[in-house]
Design a protein around this ligand. Structure first.
Ligand code: N01
Length: 551
């Protein structure tokens, strides 16, 4: 998708608005959106609750936090200045490095002047009479804008289970998604960790050598794919700099928005020796390469998937010396890809340490947190620190935890109570001139590439509306129904549909009471982006016709 030319007319009423656009969130999405709207010459303001830019990378400061994607496709490619001047240091950049990158982006693109920090947005209400959004902060200030854009993130509303007795715990409690800026002193302490998703899996090997004892309280084991991390030298960086456009192009024609080779055979279509060789190569390359570059049917075919699941279980058993611990770490009730597979950096190896103890809480859960630890059945584990790595109310949480009020007082969380309805995950009927970056029903994909495409598309949509006198960009009901059906169709055809019992966040199955349905599009980022481009080239069909007469 290309950037639009500068809009030459302003369709919606702007004279009385404080801004043309208000963007919530100063992470990848908010920064990218702000830059694109600045390019259009619009007056925009970003609000963020944090004291700085970064979004996810501002909040998730837990030890070991790093990307699961490699640096060269975990970045924006639209700015020549940023590309040429920024130097990545690690193949899988750490949280401090990604945060520094986003600070660099904000500075280079002169974005800070348009961002208000320390300001949480609690409510956004569409004013039908004036066709404006009224956006209210936690301290009660209200600002108006013609357009409202959510850049609040897909995995940004932290979830903490309600475990009996937590408030009585006399030790320290941390949550990976809101790790203190000043850090946490875990040295020599008895630490309990709840959660072995991507966050928990990263924290284990990093804190294991520091703490006295680490008790990993595991409910559902994960398929953790080894990721080898190493330094990015100047030569490699220079090669990438020359190739950014091509990398981005390749990524946008890949189902997971990564610039990978697409495998041409299925795992069940080759001999056992060949299968093993290809899996081994993928495992050595690591991370998403194993999932995406080995065979073309691991997310689609049960037999082929079973070979991959079995391969990973064999790796676990080879790595973990204690057989009982290894068995507990082996997922057996759901297939590889049934949950988002985390990248591991010495995760299984950490269980060979004497001070790392795996505790199975699958059957009974944690009965209670006491003043001095946790009780699991008859066992009491004494702890100084309890860490929650318990994930997020993904895709919808940020949008439903604040009041987003559309036409006729309709609140977004009520609209989605009985099932998600969006147009391409970008817009919602009843919520005119409101756009979501990484909204629910957008692709399951490498996010910076998805975000770059999304902010480009939304800025084109706004420029189109302004240039064509369209006062309201609002999805039609028909377009939403069609997209909901496609999201369901595509997801149901994948192995990911088997993730409900394993509490996969992409199904909403990790949040008690949340409807279990596909919160992301599993039909491929490439397919999705092609559809977005077709919509844009056809006058943003489905994104405004329903509203023309009522705005
Ligand atoms: O969260 P998760 P996450 N009692 O939902 C457990 C992205 N991300 O923050 O599986 C006991 O995956 C829960 O157990 P179970 C990435 O997309 C990326 O780790 O429900 N346990 C599970 O083990 C990722 O997929 C990166 O049985 C409870 C864990 O908490 C997504 O964010 C890094 C429990 C939650 O795992 C989410 O990852 C970090 C309870 N009551 C995150 N409730 C990188 O790219 C929950 N759990 C590197």
């Amino acid at each position: 998708m290309k950037d639009s030319t500068v809009a030459n007319t302003t369709a919606a009423s702007s004279a009385e608005a404080d801004y043309d656009a208000i963007i919530i969130g100063a992470g990848f999405s908010g920064l990218g959106m702000l830059h694109h709207l600045n390019q259009l010459g619009l007056r925009s303001r970003v609000f963020d609750a944090a004291t700085g830019v970064g979004g996810t990378w501002y909040w998730n400061r837990y030890p070991g936090a790093r990307t699961d994607s490699e640096f060269y496709y975990y970045a924006f490619s639209f700015s020549r200045e940023v590309r040429e001047e920024w130097k990545w240091n690690e193949r899988y950049p750490s949280q401090p490095e990604v945060l520094r990158y986003l600070e660099f982006v904000a500075k280079k693109l002169d974005l800070y002047k348009d961002i208000t920090f320390n300001t949480k947005i609690t409510r956004a209400k569409y004013d039908e009479d004036n066709n404006l959004w009224h956006v209210t902060t936690a301290s009660g200030d209200t600002f108006t804008a013609r357009y409202l854009v959510s850049g609040m993130g897909a995995l940004s509303a932290p979830s903490r289970p309600d475990i009996k007795g937590v408030s009585s715990f006399k030790g320290e409690i941390y949550q990976t998604a809101t790790w203190p800026k000043e850090g946490a002193d875990l040295a020599g302490k008895r630490v309990g960790l709840i959660g072995v998703g991507a966050s928990g899996v990263q924290i284990v090997p990093v804190i294991a050598p520091i703490v006295k004892d680490l008790y990993v309280l595991q409910r559902t084991p994960n398929y953790v794919v080894a990721s080898s991390n190493y330094e990015v030298n100047e030569d490699w960086m220079n090669e990438i700099r020359k190739d950014y456009d091509n990398i981005h192009k390749q990524a946008t024609s890949h189902g997971f928005a990564v610039p990978f080779k697409k495998p041409v055979v299925g795992a069940k279509d080759v001999s056992p020796d060949e299968r093993e060789r290809i899996f081994e190569d993928g495992w050595k390359e690591g991370g998403f390469h194993f999932m995406l570059e080995t065979f073309n049917d691991l997310a689609l075919d049960e037999e082929s998937n079973a070979y991959a699941s079995d391969f990973i279980r064999r790796k676990i058993r080879e790595t973990v010396k204690d057989a009982a611990t290894a068995e507990l770490l082996c997922p057996k009730d759901y297939p590889f890809n049934g949950k988002r597979p985390p990248g591991g950096h010495g995760y299984y190896e950490a269980y060979n340490r004497q001070n790392v103890h795996l505790v199975d809480i699958r059957q009974n859960g944690i009965d209670e947190v006491t003043e001095t630890g946790v009780r699991i059945g008859d066992r009491h584990i004494e702890l100084d620190v309890l860490i929650f790595a318990t994930g997020f109310d993904a895709m919808t949480g940020t949008l439903t935890r604040i009041d987003i009020v559309g036409r006729d007082g309709l609140v977004l969380r009520d609209k989605w109570k009985d099932g998600l309805k969006t147009n391409m995950g970008i817009a919602v009927n009843g919520f005119p001139n409101f756009f979501m970056i990484l909204g629910p029903q957008t692709p399951y994909a490498n996010l910076p590439v998805a975000i770059q495409e999304a902010v480009g598309w939304v800025s084109r949509a706004i420029a189109f509306a302004d240039a064509n006198g369209i006062r309201c960009m609002e999805s039609t009901v028909e377009a939403e129904d069609a997209w909901a059906a496609e999201v369901h169709r595509a997801g149901s055809a994948t192995i990911m549909a088997k993730g409900a019992g394993a509490h996969a966040w992409f199904l909403g199955a990790n949040i008690p009471g949340k409807p279990t349905e596909f919160n992301v599009y599993m039909g491929g980022a490439d397919v999705y982006l092609k559809r977005c481009e077709d919509i844009a080239s056809n006058g943003f069909v489905g994104f405004h016709e329903g509203a023309l007469t009522t705005c």
